[in-house]
Design a protein around this ligand. Structure first.
Ligand code: NAD
Length: 434
């Protein structure tokens, strides 16, 4: 592999394959990667290395259903790049899981870990199944059988899963147990997002929302907007959205709108976030809450506000609604909420974007802290976790802004530039083993 930089545009375009189709949100991610690679004048050899997943595993996951019948599920694990350290990435249980999607999500994790400069590579896994139709016992059998099927790649030094869509800390406990039974000793560091009682980290549950709050605060400072009274709208009131809303409210911002899949609430004077969290605990959804006006799902994105936090789904900010967005700052709590076409519109409008691989990286950062604590066998108090998260998020924010200014690109491309530069630097230093 040559280490000299030369223009690689032609080669990149010729080499681009079609593993993801145009509508796929992850194709948008790869096209941003391509653009950032061009701006960096990435060596064509390195470009080829960085666009290829290191390892792709497909496994059959046979289990007995509760009825006694045998069912066979398909599982995947993709290690995209491990040059900077063990692969890190969640496992999702969903009917829409495909190998292409898992590949792209594993790439995404690689860039996210590199943006916040934690010593991990990127991976992702999934099992094609519909958890809503499976009992707890069946989910446990799938989790354990899938774990044993991919056990050679798993390990604190090689590949460390975490929860993702439709998986949770209970399943991480099963993975930890299955792996430990094979190894004949307890290995807590093989997964993150575990229950605190078995080696999980304090502050992990709040980490992604806390990271969103920190980078939003930094962006407000950067663009000279006040904190007190600045109005926020949050789409999604789950782990990320509800904690981001709570911490932004505690900081002094006014949360004027929130939504979940049941409905959306609006109060221009400010919603009471703790009360809404209590309501959701009791009633599951926001829709029956009486203390605010009800608006439509779409209106949450275009409501009169200063900061918008999409924290629910992919592809919600598109060329259809981007022009109607009033917020001056968008903090992407969710993965991939903005399409590439919408990016262009937002840039023209002068919206300050905090891109997903930076904005929601607080979660993987505290997963890293969990891994560090498990390996050291020494656990930190919550204040220490939060303080260290703060340091990493602020530093990463400043590094992305500096790259945006240096390369005269938007913050999304700048975040990819930071990430690709770091992964490429590791490859250059390590050289090519043959
Ligand atoms: P969650 O399941 O806890 O919450 C999702 C929320 O979105 C729920 O309130 C749900 O009702 C709401 N929602 C679903 N459809 C909606 C719709 N059409 N309109 C409005 N709201 C809708 O999930 P989460 O962990 O908060 O994750 C949210 C996003 O953040 C996902 O994109 C996830 O990949 C990303 N993310 C999460 C973490 C993490 O640590 N949890 C880390 C990084 C990225």
């Amino acid at each position: 592999m040559s280490t000299t930089s030369r223009p690689s545009q032609l080669l990149i375009r010729q080499e681009k394959d079609t593993f993801l189709n145009e509508e796929n949100p992850f194709e948008a991610m790869m096209s941003r990667f391509d653009y950032a690679a061009q701006r960096l004048s990435l060596d064509p050899g390195l470009y080829k290395v960085l666009r290829s997943p290191e390892k792709q595993i497909i496994v059959s996951v046979p289990i007995h259903r509760d009825s006694g019948e045998v069912e066979v599920y398909t599982g995947y694990r993709v290690l995209y790049n491990t040059s900077r350290g063990p692969a890190k990435g969640g496992i999702r249980f969903d009917m829409n899981v495909t190998l292409d999607e898992v590949k792209a999500l594993a790439a995404w994790m690689t860039w996210k870990c590199a943006v916040v400069n934690i010593p991990f590579g990127g991976s992702k896994g999934g099992v094609i199944c519909d958890p809503a139709t499976l009992s707890n016992a069946e989910l446990e059998r799938i989790t354990r059988r899938y774990t044993s099927a991919i056990i050679e790649t798993l390990g604190p030094d090689s590949d460390v899963p975490a929860p993702d869509v439709n998986t949770n800390e209970r399943m991480m406990a099963w993975i930890m147990d299955t792996y430990s039974m094979h190894k004949r000793h307890t290995v807590t560091a093989v997964v993150t997002g575990k229950p605190v009682e078995m080696g999980g980290s304090l502050g992990r549950r709040e980490a992604t929302g806390r990271g969103c709050m920190i980078v939003t605060r930094e962006m407000l400072k950067k663009v000279g907007m006040p904190i007190i009274g600045t109005r926020v709208a949050v789409q999604g009131f789950g782990n990320v959205g509800s904690i981001a809303a709570q911490l932004m409210e505690e900081l002094g911002l006014t949360v004027v709108a929130v939504s979940d899949k049941s409905g959306a609430l609006y109060n221009p004077k400010g919603l009471r976030i703790k009360e809404l969290q209590q309501h959701v605990k009791q009633h599951r959804f926001l829709s029956e809450y009486k203390g605010a006006d009800h608006i439509t799902h779409d209106e949450v994105l275009t409501v009169d506000c200063d900061v918008l936090v999409p924290a629910a789904l992919e592809n919600v900010i598109t060329s259809h609604n981007a022009r109607d967005i009033k917020a001056r700052i968008i903090c992407e709590g969710a993965n991939g909420p903005t399409t590439a076409n919408a990016d262009k519109i937002l840039e023209e409008k002068g919206v300050f974007l905090i891109p997903d691989i930076l904005a929601n990286a607080g979660g993987v950062t505290v997963s890293y802290f969990e891994w560090v604590q498990d390996r050291g066998g020494y656990f930190w108090d919550e204040e220490t976790v939060n303080r260290r998260l703060e340091t990493i998020m602020v530093r990463s924010f400043q590094e992305v802004i500096a790259k945006a200014e240096k390369y005269k690109v938007n913050t999304r491309i700048a975040s990819y530039i930071v990430a690709i530069d770091r992964v490429a630097a590791m490859h250059r230093l390590r050289g090519m083993y043959a």
